[in-house]
Design a protein around this ligand. Structure first.
Ligand SMILES: Cc1cc2nc3c(=O)[nH]c(=O)nc-3n(C[C@H](O)[C@H](O)[C@H](O)COP(=O)(O)O)c2cc1C
Length: 187
């Protein structure tokens, strides 16, 4: 399996990073061919520009390379912390610039069509809020709608989402349990 991991955090001591390390170990032991995009380490420029959208201007080389990776993979794992109820801005900008019209989707006669069909994704979202609170308040459902219908599903990707809540204030036991759960999230 060609497995692309898209990791977002500035802090290598973060729980998001610990989850990503575990993920890489599990995917390696399952024999996956792995490529990792580390948006902060790669200093990704997340600001969508008029030039990105112009048919007369060549797509920047770094964006072309990321689009090649997106098309290369047959499975994605996207790992990030929830910031203000949303994905980090650098990841949002990555989606804006890389998952572009003609690459990730197109508008056909019957409306929008996903161009990444046949692929699967696991989105892992770490939150400070406890799972029970976010399930009850509808915040989990909101993430599912945005990530599936609004984004990866829109591009034709079969998408599953996992939440790891109470990451900062929860017990060591809780975090240990999340790390153990990662094995079951790797196909
Ligand atoms: C700028 C910022 C905004 C945050 N907003 C939220 C939020 O809206 N909901 C939430 O549950 N946690 C929020 N948090 C907490 C992070 O999600 C939490 O610290 C993270 O999941 C812990 O994992 P980490 O060690 O990988 O950072 C926020 C943290 C930061 C830095």
């Amino acid at each position: 399996m060609k497995h692309l991991i898209i990791y977002t955090h500035f802090n290598s001591n973060s729980f998001t990073k610990a989850i990503t390390n575990k993920l890489v170990n599990e995917a390696t032991s399952k024999g996956h061919e792995i490529k990792i995009i580390d948006l902060y380490a790669e200093n990704f420029d997340p600001v969508l520009k008029a030039s990105d959208m112009s048919p007369d201007i060549e797509t920047p080389k770094d964006i072309l390379a990321y689009q090649k990776l997106i098309k290369w993979a047959d499975h994605y794992t996207v790992v990030y912390p929830l910031w203000w109820g949303q994905m980090p801005a650098i990841l949002k900008g990555f989606i804006d610039r890389v998952f572009s019209n003609g690459v990730a989707f197109k508008y056909g006669e019957k409306g929008p069509e996903g161009l990444l069909k046949g692929r699967t994704a696991r989105v892992i979202i770490c939150t400070g809020s406890p799972d029970a609170y976010y399930t009850q308040s509808g915040m989990h459902d909101a993430q599912v709608r945005v990530n599936d219908a609004g984004l990866f599903g829109f591009c034709g990707i079969e998408t599953k989402i996992t939440f790891f809540g109470d990451v900062a204030m929860g017990t060591d036991e809780l975090r240990k349990g999340y790390l153990e759960q990662v094995a079951s999230l790797v196909p």
